[in-house]
Ligand binder design. Structure first.
Ligand SMILES: Nc1nc2c(ncn2[C@@H]2O[C@H](COP(=O)(O)OP(=O)(O)O)[C@@H](O)[C@H]2O)c(=O)[nH]1
Ligand SMILES: [Mg+2]
Length: 318
């Protein structure tokens, strides 16, 4: 095939907006490769982004994310909605092992024209994985899917940043996960809009639900009360309730103008900015910063002013 046959001209964009699979798949590859064609596509679709609901599924490896996403997709298909899935894979682009596993778990949907699944390797993205994921979400959105699901392992800063792409964040844990307050250590309570205890067919599920609810009571100031739900992804138990809860959160956030491409971009930028400031200040041997800290310790400067100055220093040096 010649390259000319795939240049994103008006006809190509029209086919993309009409939801043509091969065109969508090729466009995503361009975006992943960050080439000029990818940039052309992104520029051309901007007016057509913003219709889809974006839902994130985050949790540790093996917690059942892919199985739960598959069950959620089944529930949405039952409701007649179309779904794009972005599976951000923790494995290296060379091993491909987990991608294969996800393909098998998503296998029941491969011949369904209402479902489009794309795996993305988590390494090797200039500008960051979260930006690549956000652009893939945009292009899927323009292609007409009702719901876009982003599956990501909750295992590090870049994965948390990916989660920020989603308007609704579902955080998955499993029975026993609350025992050693891993949940709190991993910071999942802060990002969760909905907490799920998957593998509820196993012992201690109720205990974990109780523990997570108790931990949630310690978090304050949320306009949305984070529910804790039980699912068995392998049977689909609890999945209609999860889907309903996701819709409820989406409706609440939509009303509060916290959904859509601008809100997504805003969350990403604020997450990246705070990470950058944190990293800079943690590594900095900046003399100005040292002086500020000393002044605070001596009681000559208040914390609030010190924080504002620190942000300014980090900003100037980036
Ligand atoms: N018993 C039980 N096993 C489950 C459940 N959900 C997923 N699993 C199994 O847990 C394993 C990991 O699932 P997977 O979806 O790949 O997890 P991921 O790594 O988080 O995407 C698989 O063997 C699943 O069959 C569940 O609700 N109950
Ligand atoms: Mg998975």
């Amino acid at each position: 095939m010649t390259r000319a046959a795939h240049t994103p001209d008006d006809k190509w964009i029209e086919r993309l907006l009409n939801g043509e699979r091969s065109v969508l798949a090729r466009s995503i590859t361009w975006i992943e490769n960050q080439n000029a064609d990818g940039a052309t596509v992104l520029a051309a679709i901007q007016q057509s982004v913003g219709r889809a609901v974006v839902v994130g599924f985050t949790g540790p490896p093996g917690s059942g994310k892919s199985t739960l996403v598959s069950a959620y997709v089944r529930e949405l298909r039952r409701q007649g909605r179309t779904i794009g899935v972005v599976a951000v894979d923790p494995s290296s682009p060379f091993s491909g092992g987990a991608i294969l596993g996800d393909r098998i778990r998503m296998g029941e949907h491969t011949n369904d024209p209402g479902v489009f699944v794309r795996s993305v390797a988590s390494r090797g993205h200039m500008g960051g994985l979260s930006l690549t994921a956000a652009r893939i979400v945009d292009v899927m959105d323009s292609s007409g899917f009702d719901v876009i699901v982003v599956e990501t392992v909750g295992a590090g800063q870049s994965e948390y940043e990916v989660a920020e792409v989603a308007d609704t964040k579902v955080v998955i844990s499993t029975p026993g996960y609350g025992d050693d307050i891993q949940a709190v250590k991993a910071g999942i309570l802060e990002i969760a809009d909905i907490l799920v205890v998957n593998k509820a067919d196993m012992d201690k599920a109720d205990q974990t639900v109780t523990q997570l609810k108790a931990m949630l009571q310690l978090t304050t100031g949320n306009e949305w009360a984070t529910p804790v739900l039980k699912t068995v992804a392998t049977t689909g138990d609890g999945v209609p309730e999860l889907a309903a809860s996701i819709d409820e959160h989406g409706a609440a956030m939509h009303g509060a103008h916290k959904t859509g491409p601008v809100a997504r971009t805003r969350r990403l930028i604020s997450s990246m900015a705070s990470d950058r400031v944190r990293k800079h200040l943690a590594q900095s041997s900046d003399e100005q910063l040292n002086q500020i800290c000393e002044a605070v310790s001596r009681g000559e400067l208040d914390f609030d002013t010190a924080v504002n100055r620190a942000i300014k220093i980090a900003g100037e040096e980036n």
